[in-house]
Design a protein around this ligand. Structure first.
Ligand SMILES: [Zn+2]
Length: 600
């Protein structure tokens, strides 16, 4: 009885939620159109790269791949961009997403901010915009604090901290790039911020101050060298502080606040972002602390990042995946470092990243190593970084005495459990062979052990290029074939870009959209292009499978299939994302998108 009542209540709640969502979706899409009408894509793009006008378009060297002659163009009329080199393209939102390494909502927020358009309130609570204003004020206070600390460092009072940096080989230029600073004492920052109109409550809330026993408000970082922690929107969200002598604790971070959730942040993001504008960045080096990042930067290794002293989280892994597909872990050589390595690895691997591990000799940390042996020697170590599972097996093996048959057996059991998470049969076989070599046990015995091993808790994402051809992919290919002139009079009025998820297929589709009126190259012509899209050949192959007599009917069927299947795929992905999203505002946006999909 109770259950039935509860069930009915749920249905009513769902209906209410659904109606609310549909309404919100309408408000949101109206608002988004308003935002887009204010934004000029050339203006946005030119704040990142230099655009030159030629004919109806503006050209630049592509910010997404490395090149010397411009093949990246912006079309003002359609408000789109396209790169003829790496075939990326889209509208202003996708551009900001790509260049700022953020998601859809992140890009929308950046644009809304830039064009002073207020984001409508999608939260249950009415106080949301008030909360945003409040947070903005705290961000501003953090920025002023960072400036204040930096001026301290560069001024007369900063001498002890400057001497410390000198000792660590950090130049004034590097200090400027990372915005390093110095806190002179317990009271100065508080007095400064009060003179700027901030309250002690605000300082306390942003984690800048501690309450002393007699109730006075003191600078948390007093006497420390300051490292500002900056998020991917270039906002100062927290500070790290290091003592100048050997007192403890050596490092201290701002406590968690409404601005700073350390499990979601990565140190060094904004310098990596800047680097990506200058040169291609294919891999990131994950180190333990921010001083390692700064020290590596100083020696010319500019692609290092650090977590904030905790084990890596899923959110951080997702963040890394937005920048690169490969990450090299380079933690301290001590055992604590190794344990942290092991934990972090699984999470990164589960995100589909190619994970490698480097072990530094003599228990050195990256900072010490690079100062002792130099950049080139460090880079050489990185090249030799071991693939994740090889490293894992080696670490496990080091716990056992391989000369004892019993220990050897125990190792084999643990090793087989470890590789059980792998899904690729070839990889499994390779690692069984590896363990066989290490132990001298036969491959058959190890295989038996492997089959008996427990199923792992952690789920490993399959590498993307291994995904088998689905009916959906085939439909997309045929539609592309048709649109590029393969099917006579093939026409598709609706925009399919929201359904196509494969990057190569999408770039072909975008190319079609960008050039359909101004003259489209045939697929055969595209094949001859220097850096052609690897999807062109399969598209041609798919086209050749269908006879002319049914081509038009088949084409229309494929379009229908893409829309139907694509909607299902999007709904599934959205439902999954809504489930795991923590941020309430982002959740509501997704709920409204889901509602919109359902309405369509
Ligand atoms: Zn490009």
């Amino acid at each position: 009885m109770y259950r039935k009542k509860l069930f009915g209540y749920r249905i009513i709640k769902c209906i209410i939620l659904k109606e609310k969502c549909v309404k919100m979706a309408e408000v949101f899409s109206e608002w988004l159109e308003k935002l887009k009408s204010k934004v000029d894509i050339s203006e946005v793009v030119s704040s990142y790269v230099h655009l030159e006008e030629k004919g109806s378009r503006k050209w630049a060297c592509c910010p997404f791949h490395h090149e010397k002659t411009p093949s990246f163009c912006v079309h003002s009329q359609t408000q789109t961009y396209y790169c003829f080199g790496c075939h990326v393209g889209g509208d202003v939102i996708t551009f900001v997403q790509e260049i700022e390494h953020t998601d859809f909502m992140g890009a929308v927020k950046i644009l809304a901010d830039k064009y002073h358009v207020e984001i409508p309130d999608f939260s249950k609570r009415d106080g949301n915009s008030a909360l945003k204003k409040h947070k903005d004020k705290l961000y501003e206070m953090m920025r002023e604090t960072a400036n204040y600390f930096h001026l301290n460092l560069m001024g007369d009072a900063g001498k002890p901290a400057r001497e410390y940096l000198l000792k660590r080989g950090i130049s004034a230029q590097t200090a400027r790039i990372f915005g390093l600073g110095y806190s002179i004492g317990k009271q100065q920052l508080v007095a400064y911020l009060i003179s700027k109109g901030y309250t002690k409550e605000e300082m306390q809330e942003a984690g800048l101050t501690d309450m002393s026993q007699n109730g006075s408000c003191i600078d948390t970082m007093a006497g420390r060298l300051i490292v500002p922690i900056i998020n991917n929107l270039k906002q100062v969200i927290a500070f790290g502080g290091r003592v100048l002598d050997d007192s403890k604790p050596k490092y201290k971070n701002t406590r968690e606040t409404i601005l700073f959730n350390k499990s979601k942040e990565i140190f060094g993001q904004h310098s990596v972002k800047r680097l990506k504008l200058e040169e291609p960045v294919n891999e990131l080096i994950m180190v333990e602390g921010y001083m390692d990042v700064i020290s590596l930067f100083q020696s010319g290794v500019r692609n290092a990042i650090a977590s904030m002293g905790t084990a890596l989280t899923v959110e951080q892994s997702k963040l890394i995946k937005r920048y690169v597909n490969k990450v090299i872990i380079c933690y301290d050589g001590d055992s604590a470092g190794q344990k942290a390595t092991m934990r972090g690895l699984d999470i990164l691997y589960a995100e589909g990243l190619d994970v490698r591990v480097v072990s530094l000799p003599d228990n050195l940390d990256p900072d010490e190593y690079v100062r002792k042996y130099g950049k080139d020697s460090y880079l050489k170590l990185l090249v030799e970084a071991k693939p994740l599972f090889e490293h894992k097996l080696n670490v496990i093996a080091s716990k056992y005495d391989m000369s004892s048959p019993q220990e050897k057996g125990k190792y084999a059991v643990e090793a087989m459990n470890t590789i059980k998470v792998l899904e690729d049969p070839a990889m499994i076989e390779a690692y069984i062979g590896y363990v066989s070599k290490q132990t001298g046990l036969s491959i058959e015995t190890l295989k038996q052990q492997f089959d008996q091993s427990e199923t792992p808790v952690i789920q490993i994402a399959k590498p993307e290029n291994n995904v088998s051809m689905t009916a959906f992919d085939r439909a997309v290919r045929y539609v592309l074939y048709g649109l590029f002139g393969g099917v006579e009079n093939a026409k598709c009025d609706c925009d399919l870009s929201q359904y196509i998820t494969d990057a190569n297929q999408k770039s072909l589709y975008d190319l079609y959209r960008a050039k359909k009126d101004s003259g489209l190259n045939t697929l055969e012509e595209l094949m001859k292009e220097e850096e052609n899209n690897i999807e062109v050949r399969p598209v041609l192959d798919e086209g050749s499978k269908i006879g002319d007599e049914i081509a038009n009917t088949y084409f229309d069927d494929c379009v229908k299939k893409i829309i139907k299947e694509g909607d299902k795929k999007r709904k599934r992905a959205l439902t999954k994302a809504i489930d795991s999203e923590q941020d309430e505002e982002a959740r509501y946006i997704m709920i409204s998108q889901l509602a919109q999909t359902k309405k369509q």
